[in-house]
Design a protein around this ligand. Structure first.
Ligand SMILES: *Cc1c(COP(=O)(O)O)cnc(C)c1O
Length: 327
């Protein structure tokens, strides 16, 4: 990847003249089966330019209550897009057509206009949960009935694809736009893309500039992204195997509660049932070389990735056993 970056041909992307960025955008559009795609610096920007391009200020966006754009993008839906979120309570981040339809606003001057639906696949706070094609198709069919577009937050779309045995382009064929992230499981240093119809991407391009995401000789970064898409997608299954192994080892320890069936991809949520709270446990794990996120007073999140191997899982299980008992 570093070599591909070093040899990248570059130009000024503000003028659309960086050949490597153009190649990444064309490659991604081809991969996802969309007309066009746009390279942006982060997953947050990918989602936010998509939200901005699909909606008008004052609109409402329907999504899961623990969804990324609602909770982890610094209020950008309000601050940058001027929209409000209509959060849905779900099991594991996945909702059905009926729940969606109940949330879509009637046409009446009292109400905001429902401007967009967002689905997240895999769903981070749903525990890396995977939407099936049928689940997604049912939701998009209902959205379409009301003329509401659907955006797929696919920061981990390839994890879903590998776990479900469904091509990323099959998921994307059901939605109006999708974002993908190059710097999570795929291991590039920087970058995301938003993909969709050409006229939509033209609008996204304008908002990318407005949000401060116009880049110049960024082909160096695009080269890393191309390398990641070409070489790292198939490795994601290994991360999923590692997560299962990790979950099994942790589930056998005292003082934790975790549902092994809920481990579908590279994310493992663990509930703590003993005296320690999540931040104290995370600090103890950090002292032992394992970084985890406390995600609630009594929950921690483990994420496996391409820089950790099978043997590391045993190290982490041992660290967890020690952290839970002797501090
Ligand atoms: C990480 C992530 C994003 C984007 O986050 P950035 O840190 O801005 O790249 C978007 N959606 C989901 C589901 C994510 O996990």
């Amino acid at each position: 990847m570093r070599e591909a970056m070093a040899h990248a041909e570059v130009g000024d992307d503000v003028y659309g003249e960086d050949p490597t960025i153009n190649r990444l955008q064309e490659y991604t559009a081809e991969l996802l089966g969309t007309e066009a795609a746009l390279f942006v610096p982060s997953g947050t920007m990918a989602n936010q330019v998509a939200i901005r391009a699909h909606t008008q200020p004052g609109d409402e966006v329907v999504m899961d209550a623990r969804g990324h754009s609602f909770n982890f993008e610094t209020g950008a839906t309000a601050a940058l897009c001027g929209v409000q979120v209509h959060p849905l309570r779900t099991e594991r981040g996945i909702f059905d057509g009926e729940a969606l339809e109940a949330a879509i606003r009637p046409s009446d001057d009292h109400f905001p206009h429902t401007g967009l639906v967002i689905v997240e696949n895999t769903h981070n706070f749903g525990g890396g949960s995977v939407w099936s094609l049928a689940q997604l198709a049912e939701v998009t069919k209902r959205a379409r009935k009301h003329g509401v577009p659907v955006h797929l937050d696919g920061a981990r779309l390839f994890n879903a694809s590998v776990a479900a045995g469904v091509q990323a382009r099959e998921y994307c064929s059901l939605v109006d736009s999708a974002s993908i992230c190059l710097s999570k499981g795929l291991g590039a240093p920087v970058g995301s893309l938003v993909a969709g119809r050409r006229d939509f991407i033209v609008r996204c391009h304008r908002f990318r500039k407005q949000f401060g995401g116009g880049m110049r000789q960024a082909g160096i970064l695009a080269a890393a992204g191309l390398y990641a898409l070409e070489h790292h997608v198939d490795d994601l299954g290994r991360d999923h195997d590692h997560a299962k192994r990790l979950a099994k080892g942790i589930a056998a320890l005292d003082g934790v509660e975790l549902d092994l069936d809920a481990v579908e991809t590279n994310i493992v949520f663990v509930n703590l049932t003993g005296p320690l709270d999540a931040s104290a446990l995370a600090a103890r794990l950090r002292d032992r070389g394992t970084a985890v996120s406390p995600t609630g007073p009594r929950t921690i999140r483990f994420v496996t990735h391409r820089d950790v191997g099978e043997a590391d899982m045993d190290t982490v299980i041992e660290a967890m056993a020690a952290a839970l008992t002797d501090g």
